[in-house]
Write a protein of this length. Sequence first.
Length: 167
Amino acid sequence: MTRSPALVRPRTDDDLPACVRALAEVHAADRYPVDWPADPSGWLTPDDLAQAWVAVDDDGRTVLGHVGLTRPDPHVTRLVGVTVSAVVSRLFVVPRARGRSVAAGLLAAARAAHPADGPPLTLEVSSEGRAAIAFYERNGWRRVSSSRGDWLNAAGEPALLHHYVSP
């Protein structure tokens, strides 16, 4: 039997412990984030966070995925070459929920928060994230540039980041 897609809703402060547990599952499976943050709740709630959503299982409490939107800064605009409305960040889905359109639902919620005729959203993904890259490209996101990150990838080298804009 195929499971239904998860419910996507705005994240609340009460969701943070479950988000941290979900992030730990993703980190163990995929090494995302590459380095486990000293304060995972803080990592999920950066100072420039504008909005965040969670995908929850049928019980309404088990977090299956997460996405945030942060406010863009001039550095981001320079990297992507266009004015953007927001930056997609902290997008992840626990391994057991993959294949259920959870990531697509989270991205749809983020995109719905901004006018369709307004500036695009942007995101960056490490070149090591092949599955994520394939997902974004299947969903119409367009790679517009690449740069080196200020953090090290699994090989201990500055990460190669690909920058995308929404369709």
